[in-house]
Design a protein around this ligand. Structure first.
Ligand code: PLP
Length: 457
């Protein structure tokens, strides 16, 4: 580390605009109230410059301040993706940036180097094992780079246990599931979904019966990416039973990327007391973390199929990546300790109430919208202006857009978004030549308030 010192080289205020953190009190970092609407961020045209050639241009600190300033101005317009950007712990944890922390290999085995955080990683994994009801000596897991890696891992465990298995996932499952099928060259059955985005169990049944000779590896989505629908694990297990699949003929991976920390507080569906093989979540989604990360948990007895002894790292490796981010487990551990189950439950309740509030306002104003039970994702008509979509950083599919009401998205932000939408909508649809889209096929006729549906009712 030589001459590096945190005070000198990592002082957060060096690169933090004064407006971002009042009085330098980092514990007080909250979503900022930005008075004037800002424009989407432009490309900063950053280049790597040689140390001796910077005399004419802005200093590195200046470039960073400019960047942080832009991000801080846009923070209240980040409502279209499931990222919790409301964490207050970065100042306490910032000194960790002076160390390279690498959790390469198996977190449960003694590491031969000191610069890792596997103690924190195991603490986090134990917390999730407890949440998902599996004994400490019965599970294995690791902190991943995100939900995608968790899915790749869970499906790989399934494939190693049942090499001839067919992968089943709904049409609304995350694209990483299809990616896994492609990477592992697995047969893949895509199951239909209801208008709400939930797996169509009769279609699943028909395909399971059709493929009866082969084992089934089923990806169950606990909170779909776009509509926040929850595939019912219990119905899927019953369907497998009805189709005559015994425990050794199926493997279930639960992709609970966003809802994994919401569902347990509403309807505890995820449990290793049921015959499931693995569960994954994204750490940066509902819990929140500055760097992408996730948690993957599976049964210990399954992991020997994947474990390889690696002499170079003096460890056994059953993970997907090589080097793993050692900072992420510490951020996750810190957040879990600060919030606890009660704090997360409170977050889930507030987000769900705020999502209902947004859906209620949209419906009252005659705008098509849908919110699945226990979801925090409000699906509504796609705004008719790409600039508006970009401004609010919305995600869109076909004629739909969605707002993910994450922790930190206040009623004030929701109102500001709603008022902006109403104002712009008047312009888009004022002449009467363009009409709001019909969403009956996408979110159900009861949620669609387009003029055609109104006429029909
Ligand atoms: C259901 C679901 N699974 C997996 C993922 C992928 O997670 P990540 O972006 O952490 O890789 C997402 C991301 O939105 C998701 O919604």
């Amino acid at each position: 580390m030589g001459s590096l010192s945190f005070e000198k080289d990592f002082e957060p205020s060096v690169v933090t605009p004064r407006g971002l953190i009042a009085n330098g009190d980092f514990g007080e970092m909250k979503r900022l109230k930005v008075a004037t609407p800002t424009t989407p961020r432009k490309n900063l045209n950053v280049a790597v410059t040689e140390p001796g050639s910077r005399n004419d241009g802005p200093s590195l600190d200046c470039i960073l301040m400019n960047y942080i300033d832009t991000l801080s101005q846009r923070i209240n317009y980040h409502i279209g993706y499931p990222v919790n950007i409301c964490y207050e712990h970065y100042a306490s944890l910032a000194p960790l940036l002076q160390f390279h922390l690498n959790n390469c290999g198996d977190p449960f085995l003694q590491n031969t180097v000191d610069f890792h955080s596997e103690d924190f990683e195991v603490a986090v994994l134990n917390w999730f094992a407890d949440l998902w009801e599996i004994e400490k000596d019965q599970y294995w897991g690791y902190v991943t780079n995100g939900g995608t890696e968790g899915n790749l891992h869970g499906i790989l465990v399934g494939r190693e246990l049942l090499p001839t298995g067919i992968l089943y996932a709904s049409k609304d499952s995350h694209y990483s599931v299809a990616k896994a099928a492609m990477m592992y060259r697995m047969d893949f059955e895509m199951i239909n979904t209801s208008v709400h985005g939930e797996m169509d169990y009769s279609d699943l049944k028909a395909r399971l019966l059709q493929n009866k000779g082969k084992p089934a590896i089923i990806n169950v989505t606990i909170g779909t990416t776009f509509k926040g629908a929850v595939d019912d694990l219990d119905i899927i297990l019953q369907t497998l039973k009805d189709c005559g699949y015994t425990y050794d003929q199926f493997y279930i991976h639960c992709d609970a990327a966003l809802n994994g920390l919401i569902i347990p507080f509403i309807k505890n569906m995820i449990s290793f007391k049921k015959p499931i093989g693995s569960v994954t979540i994204s750490g940066h989604k509902f819990l929140g973390c500055p760097m992408p990360c996730g948690i993957q948990i599976t049964r210990k007895s399954y992991i020997s199929h994947l474990s390889t002894k690696i002499e170079y790292i003096a460890s056994v490796d059953a993970t997907i990546s090589g080097s793993r981010n050692g900072l992420a487990p510490i951020f996750l551990w810190y957040s879990l300790c600060m919030k606890g189950r009660a704090g997360l439950q409170q977050d889930a309740k507030i987000c769900n109430e705020n999502a209902r509030y947004l859906k209620g306002r949209l419906h009252k104003a005659g705008i098509s919208a849908m919110l699945n039970e226990s979801s925090i994702i409000v699906v509504f008509e796609r705004p008719n202006d790409p600039k508006f979509i970009r401004h609010w950083q919305l995600s869109c599919t076909r004629d739909m857009a969605h707002v993910v009401v994450m922790p930190g998205i206040t009623r004030e932000t929701i109102d500001s978004f709603f008022n902006d939408l109403m104002q712009e909508r008047e312009k888009w649809y004022q002449v009467g030549t363009t009409l709001p889209p019909c969403l009956a096929d996408d979110i159900g006729s009861q949620n669609c308030l387009c003029s055609y549906q109104k006429m029909r009712h």
